[in-house]
Design a protein around this ligand. Structure first.
Ligand code: SF4
Length: 236
């Protein structure tokens, strides 16, 4: 693979969303290794701009709702976290919605405009681990976890009570983080981080599922580009 043709990032850094995708949707270690070092090959599009507008609307609806549901909490949105390093990989992220309760506990929420995916829970679980690491490094108490939550909405219509009942999922209590990072997921997370941190380009793991939405499938010589049906009339 000709890495010199890719646009290098200023610093090696990964978003929790990209890392959670590597645990659940794309098992090719090469793609997460590349994402850590290079800018995706895909360009901004009208689709992306529309997504941003829908996300902004859904997030506003979510923060308004949470402000009413938890009147004692301080509700903050688009909270940018400092970079945190795990096993040699720097993570950088923005929490959609962070609630801080008077007793110091926190709740982390994300607004999603698309389908429900397990990667979404891993993403907000990573935000909580980052928040823990940040507090520890600043000498602050480790924040107790109140809840992790995801609101699935496209932001197009005013939400009703039913919208929140059906589409706001919340895992409450300190154990929520253990429900997200079950043993197998924690092991896989450490493994992916270690491979991502190594200097050598990992071997490709091409498959239709991996390569279809990989952000480097233009330059990767191992990419499976087409999902073409195989004709096998002679077998029947
Ligand atoms: S195109 Fe396929 S094989 Fe190449 S890095 Fe992406 S997922 Fe891996």
């Amino acid at each position: 693979m000709q890495l010199e043709k890719l646009k290098r990032k200023q610093n090696k850094v990964l978003g929790p969303s990209a890392l959670s995708g590597a645990l659940t949707e794309n098992s090719c270690n090469r793609q997460v290794w590349l994402l850590n070092r290079f800018k995706p090959e895909t360009k901004d599009s009208v689709f992306l701009e529309k997504w941003k507008l829908q996300h902004t609307s859904a997030l506003n609806n979510l923060t308004n709702f949470l402000g009413q549901k938890y009147p004692d909490a301080k509700v903050d949105s688009e909270v940018q976290l400092p970079t945190v390093e795990f096993h040699g990989v720097s993570l950088f992220g923005v929490i959609d919605c962070l609630l801080l309760f008077p007793d110091g506990s926190v709740a982390i929420f994300d607004a999603k405009t698309g389908a429900r995916k397990s990667k979404d829970w891993i993403q907000i679980g990573l935000y909580y681990l980052m928040q823990k690491a940040i507090n520890r490094s600043y000498g602050l108490p480790i924040p107790r976890l109140f809840s992790l939550g995801i609101f699935y909405d496209d932001g197009k219509f005013p939400p009703s009570k039913k919208t929140f009942e059906e589409n706001l999922l919340e895992l409450q209590g300190e154990n929520a983080i253990d429900e997200v990072f079950l043993d197998g997921t924690r092991k896989k997370l450490r493994e992916v981080l270690q491979v991502t941190a190594q200097d050598d380009l990992p071997d490709p793991q091409p498959s239709i599922g991996n390569c279809k939405y990989c952000k480097f499938n233009i330059s990767c010589p191992s990419a499976l580009k087409n999902d073409v049906a195989i004709v096998a009339n002679d077998l029947i």
